[in-house]
Ligand binder design. Structure first.
Ligand code: PBG
Length: 326
């Protein structure tokens, strides 16, 4: 050992040195932008998510164009389904003329290079507000998986590039892969919500879609926030079932899970900075308590540093613009 003081600060001495020793980086290519659609006219602000709106089809196309312009080349669409279309089996989820298939077709026609990701789960379509089919107060697994396969196929037929099962039923990744391949959609990817926790941070999203569970909670299918090892069990299953990308959700409060998942698989890892994370940062920024740009970029960088390759974030467009400004 050198008998001189060791000085790590030399690697921080200038912007240039800091830049070439930097370990993690953000880039617009790493982001997927979640957007909300509705079948009403016009664009309606979401109070608990300032800056986000329920978009109509024209608004969606404008948003996609803006995202591409900012360098964000992937979006995931979530529908706010009219109350009268919600049923106990969620059948609107595989209506070929439903909101999501129409949106996918419009997006792919106008912007062939945009990657369109779709959510596979029944909650926006269910009169019970659960991700699966309810019988006698329980969420039934295998019947739900069959419904999810119909939904994923409907999305693939409309032109989805990536389907993203967010429902947390057992065995759904393998079943969806089999259904897609059986219908010739071998190119459609599966982004699996692998470690999705039963989190309070989804509150604003459920406001946006009016999709809160009408009874009980989602703890019999979403994971217990106390558990990390269990996430690795889910990773092993989703990997064996053919997932192309595995996801951890939420992101900011689950960085240890992201890191553990990163270490456990060779698959790409995604993380979802969810609506509540967005709302917290927006609220603090609106009060002048945090610098929005710096705190948002730091939150996203931390998610990358933990091990995420891809980040779903409502800040995707702002972050891409901030990164470009340098
Ligand atoms: C439902 C779904 C949820 C989110 C994405 N897909 C909510 C839930 O599980 O209740 C949450 C996203 C967010 O909070 O931003 N399948």
């Amino acid at each position: 050992m050198l008998d001189l003081p060791i000085r790590p600060r030399r690697n921080r001495k200038s912007a240039l040195v800091r830049a070439f020793v930097r370990e993690a980086e953000l880039a617009p290519d790493r982001f997927i932008l979640p957007v909300f659609l509705h079948s009403g006219r016009g664009c309606v602000p979401i109070p608990s998510m300032p800056g986000c709106e329920r978009l109509d089809l024209d608004g969606l196309l404008r948003e996609a164009e803006g995202a591409l312009h900012d360098g964000v080349r992937a979006i995931v669409v979530f529908p706010a389904v009219a109350e009268e279309l919600k049923t106990s089996d969620g059948a609107e989820a595989w209506n070929e003329d439903g909101l999501v298939p129409r949106a996918i077709r419009a997006l792919k026609q106008r912007f062939p290079d945009l990657a369109v990701v779709t959510d596979v789960a029944l909650d926006p379509y269910s009169c019970d507000g659960h991700d699966g089919i309810v019988r006698d107060g329980r969420i039934v697994n295998d019947e739900t998986v069959a419904a999810l396969c119909r939904q994923a196929l409907c999305q693939a037929r409309a032109g989805a590039d990536i389907v993203a099962p967010s429902d947390m039923m057992d065995g759904r990744v393998g079943a969806v892969r089999r259904a897609l391949d059986g219908a010739g959609f071998t190119e459609v990817s599966i982004l699996a919500y692998t470690a999705k926790y039963a989190s309070a941070f989804y509150g604003p999203f459920r406001d946006a879609l009016d999709s809160a569970p009408r009874f009980g909670d989602k703890k019999t299918y979403q994971m217990d926030p106390a558990n990390r090892r269990e996430a690795l069990r889910e990773v092993a299953l989703d990997e064996a079932e053919g997932a192309d990308i595995v996801m951890v959700k939420p992101a900011g409060a689950y960085l240890d899970v992201i890191a553990a998942v990163r270490a456990a698989t060779t698959l790409p890892v995604a993380a979802y900075q969810v609506s509540g994370e967005y709302a917290m940062l927006k609220a603090a920024a609106a009060n002048g308590w945090l610098d929005e740009r710096r705190s948002v970029l730091e939150s996203l960088l931390a998610i990358r540093r933990a091990g995420a390759d891809v980040i779903l974030s409502y800040f995707a467009r702002s972050a891409a613009r901030w990164l470009r400004q340098g």
